[in-house]
Design a protein around this ligand. Structure first.
Ligand code: IMP
Length: 202
């Protein structure tokens, strides 16, 4: 019997990626599929706590095994910003609407003018609640912020993030190329390894 696991998201892209990576081991359900229509707030100051906050809300209300994720772009010259504020970077600095990717990228490129380093990393935290037990998994991809945007695929900061492993930005890669090295892909594979290890011990 595969493990039933709710992914606390309604993002179709994330669901597809999770099902591709975990599908042999788990039956992944979306929030919609369990009838969860409420907002899941992310009001904490770390990625880990935001992921836990969402996973706990779903696990407690629906009594299910569940995981949730949160991602941030951490830029060395900016002391790790925008980090947990990545989605709201421009709006929280009065420079655009929340989730406005173009405004977020413009502000980031502006903030890095003259910076000594353009090193950056994407980091995803996943909080798993299984049988009432909480575990945090992580996925990281190191790279740098390019001088100008390149590529049209992907979302968010993809056009200005170039991972160490490639000469291309995330927005110039196919979904498969990106998923093979991305923060979220790595965090999901860490989650799979954790579930497999736990099951072996039982
Ligand atoms: P979330 O936690 O996955 O919703 O990510 C928060 C924010 O980080 C998003 O709104 C994007 O701005 C940014 N982000 C997360 N993952 C990616 C990615 O794979 N590429 C580019 N930007 C991302």
């Amino acid at each position: 019997m595969p493990l039933n696991l709710v992914f606390a998201t309604n993002n179709d892209h994330k669901l597809r990626e999770a099902r591709e990576i975990l599908g042999n081991h788990c039956h992944i359900l979306s929030l919609k599929e369990i009838g969860c229509t409420e907002d899941l707030p992310e009001t904490s100051s770390t990625l880990e706590d935001n992921a836990l906050q969402k996973a706990r809300q779903v696990a407690e209300k629906f009594g299910c095994d569940c995981f949730a994720d949160d991602t941030g772009l951490e830029v060395e010259a900016l002391g790790g910003a925008p980090g947990v504020n990545s989605a709201r970077y421009a709006s929280s600095n009065g420079a655009g609407d929340s989730h406005d990717s173009d405004a977020n990228m413009r502000l980031l490129l502006h903030s890095l003018q003259g910076a000594a380093t353009r090193k950056a990393r994407f980091r995803t935290a996943i909080a798993l609640i299984r049988g009432g037990r909480e575990t945090i998994l992580e996925g990281v991809v190191n790279g740098h912020i390019t001088e100008t945007p390149a590529g049209i695929d992907g979302f968010g900061y993809d056009p200005i993030f170039q991972p160490e492993e490639s000469q291309l930005t995330f927005a110039q890669m196919s979904a498969d190329e990106k998923n093979a090295i991305s923060h979220r892909g790595r965090a999901l594979r860490a989650l799979l390894r954790h579930i497999e290890d736990t099951d072996k011990q039982q």
